[in-house]
Ligand binder design. Structure first.
Ligand code: DOR
Ligand code: ZN
Length: 343
């Protein structure tokens, strides 16, 4: 197969940032995706409807005039989130979910929730008003090994949460372990999950063998090969619980190539190409469209896209960097090749 046409996909987990970084990256997402769930972990966090709407306008203004890309906004769940905030999100046509970051779990998560029990009334309201909860599922306990943080979060928090709020729609974001895959598979239909390109393509050797490679460092951290294989199997299985979410998270190169480098892989420049390559290797190209373009929309209760995109089998070299002037963003797999290209 040399070309592949599928319904236009959506990205159900995306970091766009603001200012010059936003202007650099949003065009990459817009060239392939129709919609994206936009993460609210700015500094300060997007935790009110007003800030979400202002941020949405900034994103729209950064787009080319003819673009029809639709940013679906989320609010950052904090210890101060109120039931009224939940009602506003439910009523607003531009806001789609709340994002839960356990405090201290990742980039700009200081405003996150410190004790899940304290926000149970908010989760109750989200369940009642049909507002999905998007979860960064990692414990923040300093004594917990970084490679175990997702598995322990599921055991310690998520199992109880799902029982307490049986009707709440939950997306466990950026799965990284076989235990997370098993948890999602064995949960009811209101529990879904996103899977990133980096967790499908790489195991932790990519980050650590032959030297430390900071551009492969993201959170939750990339894990062992058997976890990667479980993720590939889940993504290509056709199971509607699993859908595309890049977690593309641009950082300036000097902040990643640093003695304390920040977490995040930049994949939006060729996200659909990264996924296509994995599905082809698995001989599951026939499952790509559902994973990339149907499952997420169905889970969120939104219409599927009507437009299409076409991919070509074509070997090309990923650039060394993206950006101009003082913006340098190193893409995932920089200087290496990809075997598909969006037409
Ligand atoms: O690697 C990550 N980068 N994981 C996250 O959860 C946040 C993201 C970011 O915003 O940079
Ligand atoms: Zn993210």
């Amino acid at each position: 197969m040399n070309t592949l046409t599928i319904t236009q996909p959506d990205d159900w987990h995306l970091h766009l940032r603001t200012g010059s970084i936003l202007k650099t990256v949003v065009v990459h997402s817009a060239r392939q995706f129709k919609r994206a769930i936009v993460m609210p972990n700015l500094n300060p966090a997007i935790s009110s409807i007003t800030s979400a709407l202002n941020y949405r306008n900034e994103i729209l203004q950064a787009l080319p005039k003819d673009s029809t890309f639709d940013p679906l906004m989320t609010l950052y769940l904090t210890n101060q989130t109120t039931v009224d905030d939940v009602k506003q999100v439910a009523a607003c046509e531009f806001t789609y979910a709340f994002k839960l970051y356990p405090a201290g779990a990742t980039t700009n998560s200081d405003a996150g929730v410190s004790d899940l029990i304290k926000i149970y009334p908010i989760l109750e309201a989200m369940q009642q008003h049909h507002v999905p909860l998007l979860i960064h599922g990692e414990v923040t306990d300093e004594t917990c090994d970084i490679f175990d943080r997702e598995r322990i979060f599921i055991e310690k928090h998520l199992i109880t949460l799902v029982k307490q709020f049986p009707e709440l729609k939950i997306v466990l974001e950026h799965l990284t372990t076989k235990e997370a895959v098993q948890f999602v598979e064995s949960s009811p239909a209101n529990i879904g999950a996103t899977i990133t390109p980096q967790h499908l393509h790489f195991n932790r050797n990519a980050m650590l063998v032959g030297g430390i490679r900071p551009h492969y460092y993201c959170l939750p951290i990339i894990k062992r090969e058997h976890h990667r294989l479980a993720l590939v199997k889940a993504a290509t299985s056709g199971n509607p619980k699993f859908f595309l979410g890049t977690d593309s998270a641009p950082h300036l190169s000097h902040l990643k190539e640093n003695c304390c480098g920040c977490a995040g892989c930049y994949s939006a420049f060729a996200a659909i190409e990264f996924y296509t390559e994995i599905f082809e290797k698995e001989q599951a190209l026939d499952k790509l469209e559902a994973f990339a373009s149907f499952h997420g929309a169905d889970f969120y209760g939104l219409a599927r896209n009507k437009t299409t995109i076409t991919l070509e089998k074509y070997n090309w070299q990923i650039p060394n960097s993206y950006g101009a002037d003082d913006i340098t963003i190193i893409p995932l797999k920089a200087n290496e090749s990809l075997s598909w290209k969006l037409k």
